[in-house]
Structure formats: structure tokens, C-alpha cells
Design a protein around this ligand. Structure first.
Ligand SMILES: O=C(O)CCC(=O)C(=O)O
Length: 284
């Protein structure tokens, strides 16, 4: 295995619902990823705005199938897939559900309400939350000032709580969130560029608006074991084993643009037109 987590890291993930791996990506890898994130036309054209409760906009570009672009190489890299495989409960091949570039701009980047990712993914009818995971890789520093992620340590042990609409986002039942805040520790997940946060889909998390002068950009990739069937999901990469590439691909392989990526679209998807796109975005 190319990337070995320690037994302590695996135990922490199981106990706390998250771990931070410092310097998961090198400085050169982050520079390349951030450059593409800023420059790639397809990434920009496919960015969706999502209003928070106060009307601030949180921007994200989301795609399903990882390709031969630099983000595809990161999400398919040996180090990523081997770390994910060590944290997921089961031996089935690792599949990529989706990735999103989170673009929290200075002064305007909106908040994310308290939620669990499985609060959304339950609607896709994935059956086993322990076979799903999200990995956030910081492309810029993330701290209290620019609205870093906050988690309630250990809250994944509560199981899934009810979720309902909050602005254009889906939020967790605040009665249970407030109980959780009284019972468990609130942690601000401050990350340096290149650090990775691995988190369980039932951990309660949120982030505040970015009122600072600095952008807070990150990529969040979500993985699933092939044994975990999503009975209500039309995308397909969640059930296709990842075509793994060497870590060196991120820096050394020729990289395509993201123009061929299967982005989630606001206007073009007939399902979105039918249901209202907020509803669709809330299910990813
Ligand atoms: O990046 C953020 O601020 C929040 C993202 C998040 O909560 C999510 O993608 O589930």
C-alpha cells in the first residue's frame, strides 16, 4: 500500500469521526491544483451558487467521474485511495462518488449550515454510512477567520439525524445539534494548504461565512465502497472501482482540462428543471 495510516489514526477516525493528515499533498501539488482551479474555464463555467440563510453565496463546482485532469489524478492517486480504503469498513473496491471544488471568496463566501453528509446521501439510498467517506484537501489556508470547517467530535456515533431545508441548503435538526454541542467537543478544523481532513458521513459539521480578506478554497472528494449500493442515484461513478494512478501523475502526467467532466449543472439537467435545482443539489 502506498500510503500507510498508523493504527492510532485509524482508531481516531473510528472514535472521533475524522482525522487530519498534515501535508497530505506537497507544496508543488497544491500549487498546481490551485492554479488549475483558478484557471480552468470548465471549472469556472460550471460553478454553482448556493445561497445561505443570510443570502451570502457559497460557490461550488461538482463533478462525478474522475478524469485525466489534475483533480482526477489527485482523486485517483494511490495515496488517496489507499488512505480511504484503510478507513472504510469493508474490503470491496473503492469508488469515487463525486468531487467538488469549494470556492469561498473573501467577504462574500457563504456559510454551510450544520449537517451530516449522510443526511443528504440517505436520499440516494446508500445503505451503509460506514462505507462512505469525504476527504477535504485544503488549497488555501483554512482557519477561523475565513470560515474553516467545524465538526462536533464523535457526533457520527449519533447515527443520522433528521434534515430539512435551511435557505437553499439542507440542515440538520437543530434540537439534536444543540444536544450534540452540549455533549461533545466543537472543533475548528484549521488546515494549512495540502493538509487533508478525512471525515465520516455522519459527523455533524458546518462552516461560517468567509468575512476575511482571504479566499478559502478546497477540494472535497467523496468515496464509496462498491458493496454499498445507492438504490436512488442516477450518476454511475459511485459503483465503478477507481482507476488508480501513481501519485507522481499529479505533477508529472500531462493533464487534460476539465471540459469533459460530468459536472452537476444548474439549468441543463432535466431532472433539475423538474424538481428545482436546490432540491437536486441538496441530494449530493
Ligand atoms: O467547505 C465548507 O465550508 C463546507 C462543506 C460541507 O460541509 C460539505 O461539503 O458537506
Amino acid at each position: 500500500m502506498s500510503f500507510q495510516l498508523t493504527p492510532e489514526q485509524i482508531k481516531s477516525y473510528q472514535k472521533d469521526g475524522y482525522i487530519i493528515v498534515k501535508n497530505f499533498c506537497t507544496e508543488a501539488e497544491v500549487q498546481k491544483l490551485y492554479h488549475v482551479a483558478l484557471q480552468d474555464d470548465a471549472m469556472r463555467k460550471n460553478a454553482l451558487d448556493l445561497n445561505d440563510k443570510s443570502g451570502k453565496k457559497t460557490k461550488l463546482s461538482l463533478w462525478f467521474t474522475p478524469g485525466n485532469d489534475v483533480f482526477g489524478y489527485l482523486t485517483r492517486s494511490e495515496k488517496m485511495i489507499s488512505a480511504v480504503a484503510q478507513l472504510l469498513a469493508g474490503d470491496a473496491p473503492v469508488c469515487h462518488f463525486h468531487s467538488k471544488l469549494m470556492q469561498k471568496e473573501p467577504k462574500v463566501g457563504g456559510a454551510w449550515e450544520w449537517h451530516q453528509d449522510y443526511g443528504y446521501w440517505y436520499k440516494n439510498q446508500f445503505m451503509f454510512p460506514d462505507q462512505l467517506i469525504s476527504v477535504m484537501v485544503a488549497l488555501t489556508a483554512a482557519n477561523k477567520e475565513n470560515g474553516c470547517l467545524q465538526v462536533i467530535k464523535g457526533s457520527h456515533h449519533m447515527g443520522r439525524v433528521n434534515h430539512g431545508f435551511s435557505g437553499e441548503q439542507v440542515g440538520a435538526d437543530m434540537v439534536m445539534v444543540n444536544h450534540a454541542l452540549k455533549t461533545m467537543e466543537l472543533v475548528y478544523v484549521e488546515l494549512a494548504p495540502g493538509d487533508a481532513l478525512f471525515f465520516h458521513p455522519n459527523i455533524l459539521h458546518r462552516s461560517e461565512a468567509n468575512l476575511s480578506e482571504h479566499p478559502r478554497w478546497s477540494i472535497i472528494s467523496c468515496y464509496n465502497l462498491q458493496s454499498n449500493i445507492a438504490y436512488n442515484e442516477t450518476s454511475t461513478s459511485w459503483k465503478m472501482p477507481v482507476n488508480i494512478v501513481p501519485d507522481a501523475a499529479i505533477l508529472n502526467w500531462e493533464a487534460a482540462s476539465l471540459s469533459d467532466a460530468d459536472f452537476l449543472k444548474k439549468e441543463e439537467d432535466p431532472a433539475l428543471k423538474e424538481t428545482g435545482w436546490e432540491k437536486e443539489v441538496s441530494s449530493v
